[in-house]
Design a protein around this ligand. Sequence first.
Ligand code: KPL
Length: 295
Amino acid sequence: MTDTWYILGAGAMGTLTAHEFSRAHVQSCLLHHGSQTELRFLQCADDEHTLSAQPLTNLDQAEIKRLLVTTKAGQLAAALRGADTYLHPDAVIVTTANGLGMEAALAPLLGSRRLVRAVSTAAAFRQGGHQVTAVTAGETAVGDGQDRPAPWFLDGLQHVRGWRWSPDIGDRIHRKFAINCAINGLTASLGCRNGELLNGPGAESLAQLVAETEPVLRALGLWKDHLSLQAEVERVCRLTADNQSSMLQDILAQRPTEMDYLNGELLRRGRATGFELARNQQLVRAVRALELKAQ
Ligand code: KPL
């Protein structure tokens, strides 16, 4: 029998993932940090699915051998701290969190375990309370730096719709980082959908931000594509034109954003290499001000 995947974080991403695992007959258990069993209602096109989320504290010590953490980067450390008692010493831990710069703070919490990164285009949003609406199951790339899929991937995750092993996960993380640095903060600060960065004042702000950002990303080895970042970002904005970026959703729902792990981290790395990034700095300040206003 294969090990159960425990999915920690019963928000939009966790709920959609738990549904996708169940669709693929991959045994999973959705977990949350509360003290009671809760329900989540997931709307997928015309179907509604009800899922239950169990309190983490219901588990036995060291019960978790496979953990998928679906919280954002800023909540990863707290999630791992809360799960510590329940994690097996050899547990595989996978995170779908975006961004860069969280690794050092997490290292003491992982012990001898490794944190495996997953890069996902799955999208869902929470409509307040326990209602979640799925936008797309998307594609999820998982990798631990090895060419061949790990046994824990082959015995379960490979059957889930859109989940693929990726030998070049580092490049995918960097690519998503670059695209999110261009789109997320700007849509959050302007309060606009992704498609609104293609025309008018939104397009002007995007062009200025990308013109400042691409050279530093290239210098840091975080954008290696032969295509310009501007062309790729415009393509993503067209594909996701009706979406509210995840950062805009966080601002609207008064949740902390991933800014520290996106443009905030870019500023830190850029400064260490001699780049002063005025527009990125302005954007980080603008998003922090929105976060503070919401507190
Ligand atoms: O990844 C995204 C996000 O919102 O975090 C994009 C690509 C911008 C799609 O909305």
